[in-house]
Design a protein around this ligand. Structure first.
Ligand SMILES: Nc1ncnc2c1ncn2[C@@H]1O[C@H](COP(=O)(O)OP(=O)(O)O)[C@@H](O)[C@H]1O
Ligand SMILES: O=P(O)(O)OC[C@H](O)CO
Length: 494
């Protein structure tokens, strides 16, 4: 019983990571799965892909490490958030593909709800904004569009779940229909101040409450994974949405600490402790974690395009073959050209929330080439993060002066992290372990199992790899950031 199996079910791949008794990674397995784009702005996953890649990577990682079920003290799950699944309780069959968090099909419905004056209730109850990003309007869409679904839901025959709930349902052979407070907080159906499902929200969206899973702490008994999966039963002991798990993995436990994760998108979370801070700057209020029945809140800024802008350089413009090539390109860019790239490929997230805005580049000359584009792409991530941090500071005076902790694939870019420190005029800390999301899920399960230390001790184990100190001159920083703000305004105006 010396290991924890962490599952990180993400937007593009499923991963299984084994942590030993010292919270060190011993093996990793990963499998990508297909993305489905049935219509413009629509993104779906096949529910069975989410499960089969998870089960396969779990088995693969145990085989790789030569471990059996008796070596595993517990399972921790972290997952892409908001993605919505609905299935039949009796057969376990999904009635539609999973509708992914990026999917914009309910834009018109959200606009109508706004026009009918519902946004304030949504924000008051759930801490979120009325946006297609969250699960609730996706559930309503499934109930409206799949023949007979609404009647079946009202008869108690259908179950709704985010990805964690679906994986636990499959792992326990349909015995458990559960989630944790952080995932519940992203559905737009959960009352985050009372800590229960909101009947007002369910009524507003016509969603029967019988569809909803039971909500637990992040470290709790979520059920037993079936014996036929691993050879013996293994308890599921930890669950958190991936950005919340990264907040835990980065040990941002003190109010005022924040982290920013640079994957496909970027998600910055600021721990506000037991204070539920309402944003005046269109940030989200969410649950960072819930332990022993006690909720810790966070302010969150979500940017939809971060590492994805580097993917665009590779797959769209085809000016690089590998993400790493952005570093030498950015270094070689002509300093006298100041291109500003607004990567609003799918609209703008926080703090603008403009679904209609599209990308733009300003400052092009005849000499602008791959190097200048690569630099502008990396810079765009720094500019967007500064927008979020400014909004956080404006919303809450408790944001302290500790460095921003970064993680995720793109945090490997020294150039991007240095620019981030420069443009925010604040230090940026990169930890030794960049697998913070899986680490957070592993710690939740491991401390529940009694093999990992309590929060304070775990936080002491966080190790710095490198601090990026700001070096840019003030006048340059101010000029560049002003240019960014003008570029965003112009892109929105276009
Ligand atoms: N050295 C690098 N420089 C710049 N971007 C990078 C680098 N390495 C990875 N990335 C970007 O990071 C992203 C992958 O990060 P990851 O955390 O795996 O994302 P996700 O979990 O969203 O799939 C990709 O979009 C990739 O373009
Ligand atoms: O799967 P990721 O890492 O892209 O994260 C997705 C987020 O949880 C969406 O809110």
């Amino acid at each position: 019983m010396s290991h924890i199996l962490a599952i990180d079910q993400g937007t593009t791949s499923s991963r299984a990571i084994l942590f030993d008794a010292d919270l060190k990674i011993t093996a990793v397995a990963q499998e990508e799965f297909e993305q489905h784009y049935p219509d413009s702005g629509w993104v779906e996953h096949d529910c069975s892909d989410l499960w089969s890649t998870t089960a396969a990577t779990c088995r693969a990682v145990m085989e790789k490490a030569g471990l059996g079920p008796s070596d595993i003290a517990g399972i921790g799950i972290t997952n892409q958030r908001e993605t919505t699944l609905v299935w039949d309780r009796k057969t376990g069959q999904p009635i539609h593909n999973a509708i992914v968090w990026q999917d914009r099909r309910t834009s018109e419905f959200c606009k109508k709800l706004k026009a009918d004056g519902h946004e304030e209730t949504v924000t008051q109850k759930t801490g979120l904004l009325l946006d297609p990003y969250f699960s609730a309007t996706k559930v309503a869409w499934i109930l409206d569009q799949v023949e007979g679904a609404r009647d079946r839901a009202e008869a108690g025959e259908l179950a709704f779940g985010t990805v964690d709930t679906w994986l636990i349902w499959k792992m326990t052979g349909g015995r458990e229909h559960v989630t944790d407070a952080t995932n519940a907080a992203r559905t737009m159906l959960y009352d985050i101040s009372k800590g229960c499902w909101s009947s007002t929200m369910c009524k507003m969206l016509g969603i029967p409450m019988s569809m909803l899973p039971e909500v637990k702490d992040c470290a709790a008994d979520f059920g037993m994974a079936r014996a036929d999966l691993f050879g013996a039963e293994i308890p599921i002991l930890g669950v958190a949405g991936d950005q919340q798990a990264a907040t835990i993995g980065q040990a941002c436990f003190r109010p005022g600490m924040f982290k920013s994760t640079y994957g496909t998108g970027c998600f910055a979370l600021l721990n506000t402790g037991d204070e539920l801070v309402r944003s005046n700057n269109r940030l989200l209020t969410t649950i960072a974690y819930q332990l022993d029945g006690k909720r810790t809140y966070a302010l969150e800024g979500s940017i939809f395009i971060a590492g994805a802008v580097v993917q665009w350089l590779r797959d769209g413009l085809q000016i690089i073959r590998d993400a790493k090539q952005t570093q030498p390109l950015a270094e070689s860019a002509d300093e006298s050209q100041e291109l500003t790239l607004v990567p609003a490929f799918t609209g703008l997230g926080a703090p603008y929330w403009n679904a209609e805005c599209r990308g733009a580049v300003f400052g092009l000359t005849r000499n602008s080439g791959p190097a200048e584009f690569a630099r502008a792409a990396l810079e765009s991530v720094g500019f967007q993060t500064r927008d979020l941090l400014e909004a956080m500071h404006a919303d809450w005076s408790g944001a302290d002066d500790t460095a921003l902790r970064v993680d995720g694939g793109m945090s490997a870019s020294d150039w991007a992290m240095q620019f981030l420190a420069d443009i925010t005029d604040a230090p940026v800390d990169r930890p030794e372990v960049l697998e913070t999301t899986a680490m957070g899920a592993a710690w939740l399960a491991g401390q529940r199992a009694g093999i990992y230390p309590v929060m304070e001790e775990f936080a002491k184990g966080w190790k710095l790899e490198r601090t990026f100190e700001p070096k840019m001159a003030d006048d340059m920083r101010n000029r560049r950031y002003k240019a960014w703000k003008r570029a965003v305004a112009a892109a929105q105006d276009y």
